[in-house]
Write a protein that binds this ligand. Structure first.
Ligand SMILES: [Zn+2]
Length: 210
C-alpha cells in the first residue's frame, strides 16, 4: 500500500472477498457490537492487533496509543482518547478482558533512550515520558546489559506499567477484584514472529504456545 488510491482498491478487495461473501456475518454486526476483549496496542504500522491476533471484525475493541501507554489517573488528560476508549470498553461494552500489547523495535520506547530524536515533537515526547518510570527502572536494574537488551526489557516493562496504571483506576480495580475483568500483558516480537505472555506466577514473559 503506497498511496491513497491503493486504500480504495483495498476496500473493494475487502468488499468483494469478505463483505459480500459473508453477508450474514456482516449483517449481524451492522447494528451492534459485543466484543469480549479490549486491546491497547501501539500505533506502529506493523502491529495491527486484529491481524497479529487473528481476529475478525467485531472481536476486538481497540485503542492504539504510542508505545501502548495508558496514562495513570493523575496524568490522564481532561480530553483523553485512551481513557475514553478504555472507559467505554469496560463500562459500556462490558468487556471480559483487557490486553495490553507491546512489541519489539518500538519507536516510542526508543525515543526515551534518545530524547533528542523526538525533541521537536511536542506531543510525542510528552506522551512517551509517561513510560519513563519503566525505562528508568530497567536502566537501573540492568546497567550491565547492552542498549539493545535494555530497550527490549523496557518495551516489556512499559506494558506492565500500562497494566499497573489501568489498575490504579478504581472502577478497573473493582472489576478485576470481582473477577468480571481480567488484564493480560502481551509482547509481540516481530523479528522472531513470536508472542510472549506475562505469567504472573513466574513474574516473567513466556512464549505463548497453543
Ligand atoms: Zn511501538
Amino acid at each position: 500500500m503506497q498511496n491513497f488510491h491503493d486504500l480504495v482498491g483495498g476496500f473493494h478487495h475487502f468488499r468483494a472477498n469478505y463483505f459480500l461473501k459473508e453477508k450474514e456475518f456482516f449483517e449481524s454486526l451492522a447494528h451492534s457490537q459485543s466484543p469480549k476483549t479490549l486491546v491497547i496496542a501501539c500505533c506502529d504500522s506493523r502491529t495491527d492487533p486484529a491481524i497479529v491476533l487473528g481476529c475478525k471484525p467485531g472481536d476486538l475493541f481497540v485503542v492504539r496509543s504510542v508505545a501502548a501507554i495508558v496514562p495513570p489517573p493523575e496524568k490522564a488528560g481532561e480530553y483523553d482518547a485512551v481513557m475514553a476508549a478504555v472507559e467505554y470498553g469496560v463500562k459500556h461494552l462490558d468487556v471480559d478482558h483487557i490486553v495490553v500489547m507491546g512489541h519489539s523495535n518500538c519507536g516510542g520506547i526508543a525515543g526515551l533512550f534518545n530524547p533528542q530524536a523526538v525533541r521537536k515533537e511536542r506531543f510525542t515526547s510528552k506522551w512517551i515520558s509517561l513510560a519513563c518510570p519503566a525505562v528508568e527502572r530497567i536502566n537501573e536494574e540492568n546497567s550491565q546489559e547492552d542498549l539493545t537488551q535494555r530497550m527490549r526489557l523496557s518495551e516489556e516493562a512499559a506494558v506492565l506499567l500500562s497494566i499497573e496504571n489501568l489498575l490504579s483506576y478504581p472502577w478497573i480495580e473493582e472489576a478485576v477484584q470481582a473477577q468480571s475483568l481480567s488484564l493480560h500483558a502481551l509482547y509481540y516480537d516481530m523479528r522472531e514472529g513470536t508472542l510472549n505472555v506475562w505469567n504472573s506466577e513466574i513474574e516473567d514473559f513466556e512464549l505463548a504456545t497453543r
